[in-house]
Design a protein around this ligand. Structure first.
Ligand code: ZN
Length: 613
């Protein structure tokens, strides 16, 4: 599973929580051997595009052949390749500051200048406009904040501060934070005709004066703009000849958050930005097959039912040795194989086991069996698939996704995206009469897993999930910790639902769920580290902690697994969205009052957030 919110809040976690006791595993587990192969050392963590991914794909192809599955109509092979950017690095970006009548100053070390990962490659020159924090809040928000008001940035180099105003009131910060992602700022500058965006981190902000490190970014194309970040020395050179305009003084004016503090042109100055981003292209492979509809059901063939396809899927890639940045390995484990037994050998095994069981039964619809790659890099494989689907997505009755289904505790199973069809809750509850899980249903389909791709393609979907845990995205996510007994129960449960979908004449009617959160690039503005590990698979009102990171601010505040945060710094917290939103309001190093419930008792503590790099 790839998790934006998890990358915010969970990027921090760890090490509480005892491994759950293993009960005796049935000898004939239909999933165990699959998980053990996929999570083995030999497959080296199944990084998309790597030799380990190819070995995993070979295994899946063999298994699909064994159960009699076929390549999709019109396809010669089970493997369906797609291209992606496997990483990016700076290839020698420079900034040259030229003041009228003075000799140019060029900055070229990585500490002075770094292209932003989404920059176009190229060299542009122009006069300079300082546009504050470069923030634009859409008119629909009725907020009235536009850093570009009154500025002519056409064909100019726009200089902006990173993040958002430091001294604004909470409500203002909350709103602005959501539009403070650098991609969002670049987009705003480009739309107004700017030639280049140059970002500086002000002395009053976290990571003061430093360049923005080139982040892992999987975008294939650039942003249509040359964009780079520069350090304090470059900023000083820009303001050198403006009386009273030190970097700090300029930042302080904008930090009030008052929308009437205007940007300004810097007279007699030209900046040349040369951005060089080297993107490494690689090829990943989805592995997709199908079990054709049988004619054994009374007088029907696939063509006679509404929407003749049902799709079950799981991503089979993982983090390799964790080089991409979403690894949560402790320092001493850096570079180790991330086995990904739960994430997502478990889901892959579940889909294989379901397909095998269903292959022996008659069906009115075709069953598509899909294994996605590059999910961990941003749902790239499933996106590629729904973008140019070999079978029209309008012919798909349903998509069932399995991502992290191997660590059920206390008989709990979460099913997400249930808002995508009105019939889901009843169908799940009926199937659960035999299965007997403590089901948690969540309507939201905007999940950080491949179900999102199908929801975007308007396919009624479900996502099965047994919850985050302390081994998430770490080398310690190993096969021996998988709860095979419950994984096999999930196979039976989801298999019965799939069977029903294969055999019913009508198809679930897709319902669009409105997106609750507007990410607006705000995630990229995230600066705060609290060391909390949220429990994502809960319907508890508030934020239930599944743990805290050892030594982090939450642990220092005395918070622990099982606590439910209901208020932070005066903001009430009903769910994970409220929480991530509230985090954006906190200030690094400034104690925040936290109200939480422990064992039914209301408690209070003080948490002091730290800076995230
Ligand atoms: Zn993952």
């Amino acid at each position: 599973m790839r998790n934006p919110i998890r990358l915010i809040a969970l990027a921090l976690l760890l090490a509480s929580g005892a491994a759950h006791a293993q009960t005796a595993v049935a000898v004939q587990s239909p999933t165990r051997a699959h998980v053990e192969v996929l999570a083995s050392e030999k497959l080296e963590g199944r990084m998309a595009g790597s030799p380990g991914e190819k070995l995993a794909a070979d295994y899946l192809v063999k298994e699909l052949q064994r159960i009699g599955a076929k390549p999709l109509p019109g396809q010669a092979d089970f493997r369906m390749p797609f291209n992606f950017t496997a990483g990016s690095k700076d290839g020698g970006s420079t900034v040259t500051v030229t003041r009228a009548g003075a000799s140019p100053q060029t900055f070229s070390t990585p500490a002075q200048v770094q292209a932003l990962s989404f920059s176009d490659n190229g060299e542009v020159s122009g006069p300079v406009v300082v546009a504050g924090y470069g923030l634009v809040v859409p008119e629909s928000q009725n907020f009235g904040y536009d850093s570009f008001t009154g500025l002519d940035v056409k064909d100019k180099v726009v200089v902006v501060f990173r993040y958002f105003p430091e001294d604004a009131d909470q409500q203002t910060r909350a709103t602005l934070a959501r539009y403070s992602g650098l991609r969002y700022k670049a987009q705003a500058a480009r739309q107004r005709g700017a030639k280049a965006l140059l970002v500086v981190t002000g002395p009053r902000s976290p990571n003061a004066g430093e360049v923005v490190p080139m982040s892992f970014d999987t975008a294939l194309a650039g942003s249509g703009l040359v964009a780079a970040s520069a350090n304090g020395a470059v900023a000083d050179a820009i303001f050198a000849a403006m009386p009273g305009k030190t970097l700090e003084a300029v930042q302080k004016e904008f930090d009030s958050g008052n929308p009437h503090v205007a940007g300004f042109a810097v007279p007699d100055l030209t900046i040349t930005v040369k951005a060089a981003v080297e993107r490494e292209r690689q090829t990943g492979h989805n592995v997709v097959a199908y079990l054709p509809a049988t004619n054994a059901m009374a007088g029907t063939a696939a063509a006679n039912v509404q929407k003749p396809w049902v799709v079950i899927g799981a991503h089979y890639d993982h983090l390799g040795r964790g080089a991409t940045g979403s690894s949560l390995a402790a320092k001493e484990d850096a570079g180790q194989i991330h086995h990904g037994a739960d994430d997502n050998a478990s889901g892959t095994a579940a889909v294989l086991a379901m397909a095998e069981a269903l292959s022996k039964q008659p069906r009115k619809r075709n069953l598509m069996v899909a294994f996605w790659s590059a999910e961990e890099l941003g749902l790239i494989g499933s996106n590629a698939f729904v973008t140019t689907p070999p079978v029209p997505t309008t012919d798909m009755a349903a998509y069932l996704n399995f991502d992290m289904v191997g660590r059920s505790t206390d008989n709990k199973l979460t099913v997400q995206a249930t808002g995508t069809a009105a019939m889901w809750p009843k169908m799940l509850e009926q199937a659960n009469i035999a299965a007997g899980f403590d089901l948690v249903l969540q309507e939201d389909p905007y999940q950080p897993t491949d179900v999102s791709s199908f929801n975007q393609a308007s396919v009624a979907s479900l996502a099965f999930f047994t919850g985050a845990h302390v081994d998430y995205h770490k080398p310690s996510d190993v096969a021996s910790k998988v709860n095979f007994e419950d994984l096999d129960r999930i196979v039976t449960f989801a298999g019965s639902i799939t069977r029903r979908l294969l055999d019913m004449d009508e198809a679930p009617l897709f319902t669009k769920v409105e997106q609750k959160t507007d990410t607006g690039g705000g995630r990229a503005g995230m600066r705060i580290f609290t060391g909390t590990i949220p429990d994502y698979a809960t319907e508890v009102k508030g934020l239930l902690l599944s743990g805290v990171i050892g030594g982090g601010p939450a642990e220092q505040a005395g918070l622990q697994k099982g606590d439910v945060i209901i208020e932070i710094s005066g903001q009430s917290i009903a769910n994970i969205y409220d929480y991530t939103y509230a985090l954006e309001l906190l200030k690094i190093g400034q104690p925040a009052k936290v109200i939480y419930m422990r064992g039914g008792e209301r408690r209070e503590t003080t948490l002091t957030p730290a800076a995230r790099k």
